[in-house]
Design a binder for this molecule. Structure first.
Ligand SMILES: Nc1ncnc2c1ncn2[C@@H]1O[C@H](COP(=O)(O)OP(=O)(O)OP(=O)(O)O)[C@@H](O)[C@H]1O
Length: 593
């Protein structure tokens, strides 16, 4: 109940914030339309009495009043709909925007990486529509509440026993709520198989993996697994719908019995001469309206509950993500003088208990190009995530020119990072923007984008596009141009070098899709650019790579094994040390002959 009231209150406040005039108009029209219904019953009772009494003039007046009220009942709801339709659209948009904001508003990315929160996100992404239905339900509900009170007063004036009717409306309401809870539980418990089935469906129909699926013959297996999961989810939901329907039916039967008893009570009074025909008409119409009101209330309550559920989930993830990071006490330096130091850094992913990085001490000097190498799963990408501030170390500190990274404003630090990630995004935008988003302040600047493309050795990719930088990329657009994996990666690299004055450049396996020659040219160009930027800002370039021909050019090589930095030095020093680096280098040199 508390969740429901909180959700309803928040919703009304949202509607008022979005458009106070339309909210007031919608409430007014809904209220007038709803109150007109019980008054219509009174007018019909009055008309019947006058007709029976043979008072033609008063009967006509009563008839006209009934007609006006009937028009109000029918028309006001439609006009109100116009007002709250627009509000509902705005509310849905507002909800979706808040989900986007919560999704991106945190310093870290933990809420996206932990499996136990994945289901909440799955449900939340689909709940914008529930939220809009919730707003319509709320506005309708306010009118309905008034109508119910007025109907109860009118019934009580006829016979206090008739108040049993609104009371009998409670079982269907409670049963409806219980039914909705059953459905909500089922939606939550089936979220995981539904999500997995959807992932399999996307996988099985994605153009990106079509070739691999054919070769491996995995298509049928995916279909079979999708089938099993979907059926399991449907079975769970079907059982819940069955229980919900049974609960609702029981509630409706209780009300139907009370309705029949109420009508019989007044008919008996009329037969005994204690009531007139007008009263019987009044009670029959009112009782039918109570029935209608109850049915509407049950539906509205379901919508309200779903809305409250959506609101609760949004509050949950907002709390999980935490407040938008505090702007911090210090600004990032204009340029790095000393560099970045990891002092005893230990890190364990939330929800796990095995440290991925252990007591790491490392100094990344200002202006240096640092290569991080190590076997798969050694902790290289995790190190990059910590440097970007996506997670806070669970032990130790990361110091930027002696200042704890945690004390720097997250947004300010991010603005000084240029990054190219392993799982780079294929933005399906015009090519200019695909690269330009690397520095939003210069997204429309063609010279800036061209300079970045040059640094990433990606000018050739754009030159081959039919409409140059204006070409829309991506297969989902009819006129979109599709690129090869390596070409997408080159544009992602262009994006990564858009920013002109970074303090930290991170490139996490930025060339995995490029051929060795392309990688070589790219790193040469990047090294020149990195040197220029380093001279200006003392920027440190940290790149993760498995290609030792590239790694050897770095000023500093950091070798990670099982979450520990086991060797550091330049190529010559590490080769002379004859440790893990020398071993891995020799292995790769031998493999490539
Ligand atoms: N979000 C996460 N939650 C829990 N554990 C994680 C998460 N991301 C990575 N790990 C674990 O942390 C360890 C290090 O992963 P990381 O991605 O840093 O390795 P890596 O050295 O970059 O590997 P690769 O060369 O394969 O990219 C792995 O054991 C991985 O399973």
């Amino acid at each position: 109940m508390k969740v429901l009231l909180t959700g309803a209150g928040a919703m009304l406040a949202t509607a008022w914030r979005l458009n106070p005039r339309k909210t007031a108009l919608a409430v007014l029209l809904m209220t007038a339309g709803a109150v007109a219904a019980p008054l219509l019953a009174t007018a019909l009772g009055w008309m019947t009495r006058e007709v029976v009494a043979g008072a033609t003039g008063r009967a006509v007046l009563a008839g006209l009043t009934a007609a006006v009220l009937a028009v109000m009942v029918l028309a006001f709801a439609h006009f109100a709909h116009l007002a709250h339709y627009e509000l509902a659209e705005l509310a849905e948009l507002d909800f979706d925007e808040r989900v986007i904001e919560v999704s991106n508003g945190s310093a870290g990315i933990e809420h996206h990486e932990r499996a136990e929160h994945a289901d909440t996100w799955t449900v939340l992404r689909q709940e914008g529509r529930q939220y809009r239905a919730g707003l319509e339900a709320l506005l309708n509900g306010l009118g309905l509440l008034l109508a119910v009170v007025l109907t109860a007063v009118l019934l009580a004036r006829q016979n206090p026993w008739l108040l049993v009717l609104p009371v009998a409306a409670l079982p269907p309401l409670l049963a409806g709520r219980a039914a909705e809870r059953v459905l909500d539980r089922a939606r939550t418990t089936t979220a995981e198989p539904t999500r997995t089935a959807l992932n399999l469906f996307h996988l099985a129909t994605s153009a990106r993996v079509a070739g691999e699926l054919r070769v491996s013959g995995l298509g049928d297996e995916l279909r079979a697994r999708h089938d099993v999961l979907w059926r399991a989810a449907t079975r769970g939901l079907w059982r819940a719908h069955l229980t919900a329907t049974a609960l609702r039916a029981v509630g409706q039967v209780v009300f139907a019995l009370a309705y029949i008893a109420g009508v019989l009570l007044v008919v008996r009074d009329a037969i005994a001469g204690r009531r007139g025909v007008g009263d019987v008409v009044l009670v029959i119409v009112l009782a039918a309206q109570v029935n209608q009101q109850v049915a509407t209330a049950v539906t509205l309550l379901q919508d309200l509950q779903r809305m409250a559920g959506a609101y609760r989930r949004l509050t949950e993830v907002t709390d999980l993500v935490g407040a938008r990071p505090d702007p911090g006490r210090r600004s990032p330096p204009d340029r790095l003088h000393d560099g970045i130091t990891l002092a005893g850094v230990t890190f364990t992913y939330p929800g796990t208990d095995v440290p991925v990085l252990r007591e790491t001490d490392l100094r990344l000097p200002a202006g240096a190009t640092v290569a991080v190498v190590g076997e798969n799963g050694a902790g290289k990408s995790t190190l990059v995530k910590l440097l970007c501030g996506f997670y806070r170390p669970t032990g130790g500190r990361i110091l930027v020119d002696g200042v704890d990274l945690h004390d720097l404003p997250v947004d300010g630090w991010r603005a000084r990072i240029a990054a190219g990630f392993q799982d780079f995004v294929r933005y399906e935008f015009p090519a200019q923007q695909v690269v330009g988003v690397g520095d939003l302040t210069r997204i429309s600047s063609e010279p800036a984008v061209r300079a970045a493309l040059d640094r990433a050795d990606a000018t050739g990719v754009v030159d081959h596009l039919p409409d140059g930088l204006r070409t829309h990329l991506g297969k989902t657009y009819a006129d979109g141009a599709e690129l090869s994996g390596g070409q997408w990666q080159k544009l992602a690299l262009g994006r990564a070098v858009m920013r002109e004055s970074p303090l930290l450049v991170v490139l996490d396996e930025p060339t995995s899709a490029l051929d060795p020659e392309a990688e070589h040219v790219l790193f040469q160009r990047h090294a020149e650019h990195a040197r220029r930027v380093a001279a200006r800002t003392g920027a440190i370039t940290v790149f993760v790579s498995h290609r030792f021909s590239t790694v050897r050019t770095a000023d500093l090589i950091v070798v990670v094994r099982d979450g520990r930095v086991v060797e550091t030095g330049d190529h010559a020093a590490l080769m002379a040390g004859a440790g893990l680096y020398a071993e891995l280098f020799a292995l790769q040199a031998k493999a490539y002959g």
